[in-house]
Design a protein around this ligand. Structure first.
Ligand SMILES: *Cc1c(COP(=O)(O)O)cnc(C)c1O
Length: 401
């Protein structure tokens, strides 16, 4: 579930190499850094792991989304379609870009319903952000087909699904750009951090320059003399984070293997219960096993299931009640509260109309989440803990289903 569970000697060794040079910064200091380029190395290895040409490291997954939107030229007057079941960061990044987030429904993949995505397209839609939630891929092949046909840009929010894939490609390599997060909850961590992936050299340059005040990164001149083509911002990752990233990335395949072993064990416990329906994967889709997600039908059943597990000290989440991942629970978004004077971006002359959000605007998502049980899969589980968890899972299922 989280890289911070597997943290130790390898990370320390990488960080120490930075401490020995004393250069904590990603750019400059060519003579002092003794050929240590941790962030650059991390980016190269990350791009190769995902299977893309380019990767740009930034300070968070939210910064990665904001940078990707900037690189694609998304801004005021544009609508960006995403899903109403995601971490709120996806919406925040769209609003920060000055665009209007439009929520689509999810289906039983727990990710964007392609048909509803297509229904939500208007003449203002510029891009779509499918989110690969809770470890597993969205129906990215169908989403890409619709986006290409309708001339829309695609950013995959891959914060929660590092290492998952569909057919021949990892998620984060399908869209025009992919974004990743390395915060405390994600498959690998750098303390805080994020990454943007792309095969497009122009988008890469836009992202790389935007995330560094617009510097054009001309190796022939000093930083003070570099040119710039547009205004940017500072989302630079530092060398200490890059060092941790190198060590964590090397562990990702083993972490996913461990998660798979643990998740499959719990899944097998549920095999004997016909009332349990597992989360769907798209054709050719492969999970990264960060969570076990399943549906139990019946009024109040899923919530009772989660509470019963929690009563046995087994972490389980009833996401419909979660305050950070589901649009109807975001009263501040629904009220369009910003620190600046409204109505931008939700209304105003550039948008030319006014968006309304309401708690009942996603009936299909609401129905799916009613029956959803989510168990986070820890990396640190010894035989005894696995045995106890399976036993409790079995007894809760027997008593409720
Ligand atoms: C964690 C997360 C983000 C944001 O990442 P941070 O690094 O915390 O900014 C964005 N989208 C999703 C789906 C996430 O889970």
């Amino acid at each position: 579930m989280s890289g911070f569970e597997w943290f130790g000697e390898e990370e320390r060794k990488e960080v120490n190499e930075v401490m020995e040079t004393g250069v904590l910064f990603r750019y400059e200091f060519p003579s002092e850094r003794n050929n240590v380029f941790k962030v650059e190395t991390f980016e190269r290895r990350f791009a190769s792991y995902i299977g893309v040409k380019r990767a740009q490291a930034v300070t968070s997954g939210t910064a990665a989304l904001k940078t990707a939107l900037a690189a694609l030229g998304v801004g005021p007057g544009d609508e960006v379609i995403t899903q109403g079941f995601t971490f709120i960061a996806t919406f925040e990044a769209i609003v920060e870009a000055g665009a209007v987030p439009i929520p689509a429904e999810i289906d039983h993949t727990l990710n964007m319903d392609p048909a509803d995505f297509e229904r939500k397209i208007t003449d203002r839609t510029k891009a779509v952000i499918p989110v690969h939630m809770l470890g597993a891929p969205a129906r990215i092949v169908e989403i890409m087909e619709i986006a290409r046909r309708r001339n829309l840009k695609v950013i995959e929010d891959t914060a929660q699904a590092l290492g998952a894939f569909v057919g021949p490609k990892k998620v984060g390599a399908w869209g025009d750009m992919g974004t990743f997060s390395f915060d405390f909850y994600k498959t690998m961590t750098t303390g805080e951090g994020g990454m943007i992936t792309t095969d497009d050299e122009t988008l890469y340059r836009n992202a790389s320059e935007y995330a560094d005040h617009g510097h054009d990164h001309n190796p022939a001149v000093s930083r003070a003399l570099e040119g710039r083509s547009f205004l940017g911002f500072n989302f630079r990752m530092n060398e200490l984070q890059g060092a941790v990233g190198i060590a964590q990335l090397a562990k990702v395949p083993a972490m996913i293997d461990q998660q798979r072993r643990n998740q499959v064990m719990f899944r097998e416990t549920l095999d004997g219960f016909p009332a349990v329906r597992l989360r769907e994967l798209p054709p050719g889709g492969e999970d990264s096993y960060t969570h076990l997600c399943f549906f139990v039908e019946g009024q109040g059943k899923a919530q009772a299931f989660c509470e019963a597990l929690a009563g046995k000290k087994i972490p389980a989440v009833f996401f419909k009640g979660n305050l950070w991942h589901y649009l109807p629970n975001w009263e501040h978004l629904i009220a369009k509260k910003t620190l600046w004077r409204g109505p931008h971006p939700f209304g105003g002359p550039l948008y030319g109309k006014e968006i309304e959000y309401s708690p009942d605007m996603l009936p299909q998502t609401s129905k799916i989440l009613d029956s959803l049980v989510v168990m986070p899969i820890s990396l640190r589980m010894d035989e005894e803990r696995i045995r106890l968890t399976s036993m409790h899972l079995q007894s809760v299922a027997e008593s409720l289903l």
